[in-house]
Design a protein around this ligand. Structure first.
Ligand code: GTP
Ligand code: MG
Length: 140
């Protein structure tokens, strides 16, 4: 069955939005198949966002993602990757539709509260790296 990797980013955790975000995926009908809280090490953040390496905002993005604990999750269901992207909304929260997570809960692209995989292949890759990787530093 299809799986996607969803990560509540440090601003989402800090603002107390974890429950709200989980609720939206639960209410939609997807199945939570894994969850953990951890502080993402720099190397893992760089691997996770490696496709954006050449972007001018890359250093700020890595700083943001490693700035505090994240909640990372594997969700499964038919069509979950594309559906989760719809539930999350556009990258820029000011362009995200009301009713989406970013449309309802965020204003800045650089503080957009949640990540969702953009393809089933990346879902597998991200669950394999960011979710399943044994992280030795658990302090949050
Ligand atoms: P993710 O689910 O986090 O992967 O977001 P996305 O798929 O909607 O967007 P993309 O993969 O293109 O970018 C990844 C993340 O980089 C975004 O969610 C933002 O946090 C950040 N980002 C993207 N574009 C910009 C930008 O122009 N400026 C800044 N500061 N951050 C950006
Ligand atoms: Mg992306």
């Amino acid at each position: 069955v299809e799986e996607t990797y969803i990560m509540v980013k440090p601003d989402g955790v800090q603002r107390g939005l974890v429950g709200e975000i989980i609720s939206r995926f639960e209410r939609k009908g997807f199945k939570l198949s894994g969850l953990k809280l951890f502080r993402c090490p720099r190397e893992l953040a760089e691997e996770h966002y490696k496709d954006l390496q050449s972007k001018p905002f890359f250093p700020k993005l890595i700083e943001y993602i490693t700035s505090g604990p994240v909640v990372c999750m594997a969700w499964e269901g038919v069509g979950v990757v594309a559906s989760a992207r719809k539930l999350i909304g556009s990258t820029n929260p000011l362009q995200a539709e009301p009713g989406t997570i970013r449309g309802d809960l965020a204003v800045q692209t650089g503080r957009n509260v949640v990540h969702g995989s953009d393809s089933p292949e990346n879902g597998q890759r991200e669950i394999g790296t960011s979710y399943k990787t044994q992280v030795l530093v658990f302090q949050t």
